[in-house]
Design a protein around this ligand. Sequence first.
Ligand SMILES: NC(=O)c1ccc[n+]([C@@H]2O[C@H](COP(=O)([O-])OP(=O)(O)OC[C@H]3O[C@@H](n4cnc5c(N)ncnc54)[C@H](OP(=O)(O)O)[C@@H]3O)[C@@H](O)[C@H]2O)c1
Length: 334
Amino acid sequence: MVIVALAGAASGFGLTMLRTFLHLNSKSTTPHEFVLLSRSDKPELAALGVEVRTVDYTNHAQLVTALKDIHTLLSVIGGSAQALKDAQLALVAVAKEAGVKRFAPSEYAGSSNETIALYHPKAEVWTAAKAVAQETGMEVTSFQCGIFMSTFATGTTKRVTEVGKREGAKNGEEEALAGLRPWNFVVNMRAGTADLPGDGTAPIVWTEMRDIATFVYRALSLDHWPEVLGMRGDVKSYRDMLSIIERVQGRRFLVKENSLDVMRSQAAGDPEKVFYNQVRIALVEGWGIVPATPNTAFPDVKPVSCEEFVEQWWRGVEVAEASWGEDKSFMYTG
Ligand SMILES: NC(=O)c1ccc[n+]([C@@H]2O[C@H](COP(=O)([O-])OP(=O)(O)OC[C@H]3O[C@@H](n4cnc5c(N)ncnc54)[C@H](OP(=O)(O)O)[C@@H]3O)[C@@H](O)[C@H]2O)c1
């Protein structure tokens, strides 16, 4: 059995991935062995049966020891652009020395990183990983999933389900967010507003985070990793999403369209909205469409559709009449 290490899976998306992996392992006749690489010992995660290896990303020799028996290295590091760059470049350098056979950097978004400044470190890490791949034969893949479907969860008052209870979620919103911080990205589900990229008709891949984890889990058993492992939960434009949401919530949304010029000038004028606008521009230009590799390879995995997600988390939730109020188009709410 090969050993799979997850770097940065103690919070956010990575924690949902780790929890999903352990759940799938518990039902599998051929479970994988998982190791967590973290900057601190995580007794609560060790208690789940994961070996935790404490690492210092600036200590090369220590990292080599931590990775010495690792076959597959999955990075789900987040936090900041600096973390995405420094910690991951350290991992790439060590992967080469430790003889890691497979590496998937912390990608988990759209089809490229070039036009989004926050993701430039991802592009740099990719180039470094490809260089190691060429030198050593290590396989490197970019897991791409479009946008997390959980962006439509912020503000739900639904109760936690069995899935959330299993994962220790305090309420339905926490379960639905699955590690994503509460935020209003383009659509504000409570206020009833949509600050669209362009006219909102660009198709976008949306994938629920446990489905992403399930596809990655299954991909661990593939004989060969292609350079891009794109996966799709569902494909819908923001306009398609609004039709679903309006029907489920039983109200009309207030909608703003934003031309490329408007989004470019917003990105230039407000440092807090650079990422938001660069992503919205990329969406208009097709960034939201990624391949459906594991969907084809594992047709028995049935990912949650956008309609199912909205039905589950918004059917019956009381909402007021739509109102712009203060600008909350891109704001963490917690
Ligand atoms: N497609 C989408 O819609 C979408 C949305 C959100 C995020 N994402 C992507 O998902 C990935 C994970 O993001 P996230 O928000 O879930 O991450 P996160 O919770 O902010 O961080 C994940 C882990 O990164 C590690 N980390 C943080 N700062 C670090 C540092 N300075 N040095 C080394 N490690 C550090 C921490 O692990 P330890 O403390 O255990 O070391 C932390 O648990 C990223 O690639 C992100 O771009 C995609």
